[in-house]
Design a protein around this ligand. Structure first.
Ligand code: DAH
Length: 509
C-alpha cells in the first residue's frame, strides 16, 4: 500500500503512538507511551495492535516478574535477617549453646531455628562441642552484607523491583531469597517492548500531522457548513472485521427446494403420501411378488403399530390379486402363486416413493404430470454411503401418447437443469417395462454413477388402477445428488450438523 494512503488512514491515536515511539528512548513499553502521550492504556494497546497489523511497529512480548517485599522482609531489612541477628549475638557473646541462643536472642523460636539453619548453610558458624561458634567466613560477613541482604534492602527502599532489571548477582540472590518462606511477593507480568519497523520509520520521516479528526458527521455540521473545515480520516477498507455466519438453509433442504422448483417449472403437480404405508401400496399394486427379496424383514421396516392398514376398495384389491396370480386380463401370466391378502395388509415404512405415484393414479385421470418428494426407509447399516432413512423424488407423466423416449427426454431435461450430464442404461424393475437406470457424469472422477430408476409402468400395474394411457415413471435418491453437489464423501455429513462445515458453505449456491 502506498505511504500516502497509510498516512491518510491513520487514526489520531496511531499517529500519537508513532510520534511517541520517535521521541522516547528505547526500550519502550506501552506504559511509557501512556505517560508521554497522556493516553489511556486501552487506547495505546489498540493503536499498537492496528499499527502492528499494518506493519509499522513490531511488538516483542516477554514475561517478567515483579518482586515486592513482605511485612517480614521489611522488618529484616532494618534488623537484619535472622542469621545476621544471631551472628551479631555470637560476636558479642562468644560461642553459645543452642539453649542459650534461644534465651538471649530477641527472635522467636522458629526464627531461631531458621537462623541456625542459615548460619550453617552460609558457613557463618559451626557447631563444636555442643556450642555454636563463628567461622572465619562469619567474621568476614560481620563487615559486609550478602547479596540476598542487599536485595532485601533495595526492595524495602524501592517498594518493587523487576526481576529483569537485576544484576546477575542479585538474580542469584533472588533465587536464594525466594526459597525462604514469606520474604518475597512475586508476580508474573507480561511485558511488551515496542520497536518501529522500517516502514514505520519511513512514515515518520515523511512527517505526520496530528490534528483532531471528525469521527461522526452531525446534522449540525451539515447545516452550519462546518463539515467543509473538518478533517476526515481515510476509510480503511482493509481493516479487520468480524466474520459473521448468517443463518441459511440446510444444504440438503436447499437441494430439495431446487428439485421442487425444477419440477414445478416443468409443469408437474406436487403430491404427497403417507410414510406408514400398507405393503399393498408399497409392493403389491406395483406388481412386486409377495416372495420378492425386497419385502423381507431384513430389507424393510415392518411397523408393529398399527400392525395392519386399511386396504383400498375391494375391487382394486381383487384385481391386484388376479394380476399377481395369473395376469388377470392383462395378457400376462402373472407370477403364478397364491396371493395372500393378509401379507398385503401389513404396515411398512415406505421403502420408496413409487407408492405415492400409484395412489395418485387411482385418484387422478390422465393427462397428468405429478411429482413427489419424501422420506423413505430401508433396513441398512449406517455407513459412509448408506442411511436407513433418506429422500427420494418420484414422478409420473401419464397421457395418450407418452413414450419411453419422452421419459428419457424429461429426465435429461431435469438433470441438465440441475447441471449434470446424464446417460441411460437398461435395467429391471418389477413394475416397469421398458426400464432404465439413469447415470450422471462426475468430471472430477471421470466416472458415471447410478442415480435412479425409471420406466413405463406395466399393464399389471395400470390395469387394476384403471389407467388407460401409458405412464412414464421415475424415482431417484436425493442424498447422493446432494453429496455430489457438495463434494462430500460421507453421506452422514448431511445429518451430523457439523457447524464448521455448514458455516463454510456459501449463503447462496
Ligand atoms: N422405486 C425405485 C427405487 O426406489 C426407483 C424407481 C424405478 C422408481 C423405476 C420408478 C421407476 O418410478 O419407474 O429404487
Amino acid at each position: 500500500m502506498d505511504i500516502e494512503r497509510i498516512i491518510d488512514e491513520l487514526h489520531l491515536y496511531e499517529k500519537k503512538v508513532l510520534k511517541a515511539l520517535e521521541n522516547l528512548e528505547p526500550p519502550i513499553s506501552p506504559e511509557d507511551i501512556v505517560k508521554s502521550e497522556k493516553m489511556d492504556i486501552k487506547a495505546v494497546m489498540s493503536a499498537l495492535g492496528s499499527l502492528e497489523s499494518k506493519g509499522l511497529v513490531s511488538v516483542h512480548k516477554s514475561v517478567d516478574k515483579i518482586l515486592k517485599p513482605t511485612h517480614a522482609s521489611k522488618k529484616y531489612a532494618i534488623k537484619g535477617l535472622p542469621e545476621r541477628q544471631i551472628l551479631q549475638l555470637l560476636s558479642k557473646e562468644g560461642p553459645l549453646e543452642i539453649s542459650e541462643i534461644m534465651k538471649k536472642s530477641s527472635l522467636d523460636k522458629t526464627e531461631n531455628k531458621v537462623a541456625i539453619g542459615w548460619l550453617m548453610r552460609k558457613k557463618w558458624a559451626k557447631i563444636e562441642d555442643n556450642t555454636i561458634k563463628i567461622t572465619s567466613e562469619g567474621e568476614k560477613s560481620l563487615e559486609r552484607l550478602g547479596s540476598d541482604e542487599i536485595l532485601l534492602q533495595e526492595l524495602a527502599e524501592k517498594g518493587q523491583i523487576k526481576l529483569s532489571s537485576l544484576s546477575d548477582k542479585l538474580k542469584k540472590a533472588f533465587k536464594l531469597l525466594n526459597q525462604r518462606k514469606g520474604l518475597l511477593k512475586v508476580k508474573k507480568v507480561k511485558e511488551h517492548e515496542i520497536h518501529l519497523t522500517d516502514k514505520g520509520k519511513t512514515i515518520l520521516e515523511r512527517g505526520l500531522e496530528i490534528r483532531e479528526e471528525a469521527t461522526q458527521l452531525t446534522h449540525d455540521d451539515l447545516k452550519t457548513g462546518r463539515w467543509k473545515k473538518l478533517y476526515y480520516r481515510g476509510y480503511d477498507i482493509h481493516a479487520e472485521y468480524p466474520i459473521i455466519f448468517p443463518g441459511k438453509m440446510h444444504p440438503l433442504k436447499r437441494i430439495i427446494e431446487e428439485i421442487r422448483d425444477i419440477f414445478l417449472k416443468m409443469g408437474f403437480t406436487e403430491a404427497r403420501g403417507p410414510i406408514i404405508e400398507s405393503a399393498f401400496w408399497n409392493f403389491d399394486c406395483l406388481f412386486q411378488p409377495q416372495d420378492h427379496a425386497a419385502r423381507e424383514m431384513q430389507d424393510t421396516f415392518y411397523v408393529k403399530n398399527p400392525p395392519e392398514t386399511k386396504l383400498p376398495d375391494k375391487s382394486l384389491v381383487e384385481k391386484v390379486r388376479m394380476v399377481h396370480e395369473d395376469g388377470g386380463s392383462t395378457g400376462s401370466e402373472g407370477w403364478q402363486y397364491k396371493w395372500d391378502v393378509e401379507i398385503a395388509k401389513k404396515s411398512v415404512l415406505r421403502t420408496h416413493t413409487t407408492c405415492v405415484s400409484a395412489r395418485f393414479l387411482l385418484e387422478n385421470k390422465p393427462p397428468l404430470k405429478m411429482f413427489s418428494i419424501g422420506r423413505v426407509f430401508r433396513r441398512e447399516t449406517i455407513t459412509y454411503k448408506h442411511l436407513p432413512e433418506f429422500h427420494q423424488v418420484e414422478g409420473i407423466v401419464a397421457a395418450e401418447n407418452v413414450t419411453f423416449k419422452n421419459l428419457l427426454g424429461i429426465l435429461r431435461e431435469f438433470y441438465t437443469r440441475l447441471g449434470f450430464k446424464v446417460r441411460f442404461r437398461p435395467a429391471y424393475f418389477p413394475y416397469t417395462y421398458l426400464s432404465t437406470e439413469c447415470e450422471i457424469y462426475l468430471p472430477e472422477k471421470e466416472t458415471w454413477i447410478e442415480l435412479g430408476g425409471a420406466g413405463m409402468f406395466r399393464p399389471e400395474v395400470l390395469e387394476p388402477l384403471q389407467v388407460e394411457t401409458p405412464v412414464a415413471a421415475f424415482g431417484l435418491g436425493i442424498e447422493r445428488l446432494a453429496m455430489i453437489r457438495l463434494g462430500i464423501e460421507d453421506i452422514r455429513m448431511l445429518y451430523q450438523s457439523n457447524l464448521g462445515w455448514l458455516r463454510s458453505l456459501p449463503v447462496c449456491p
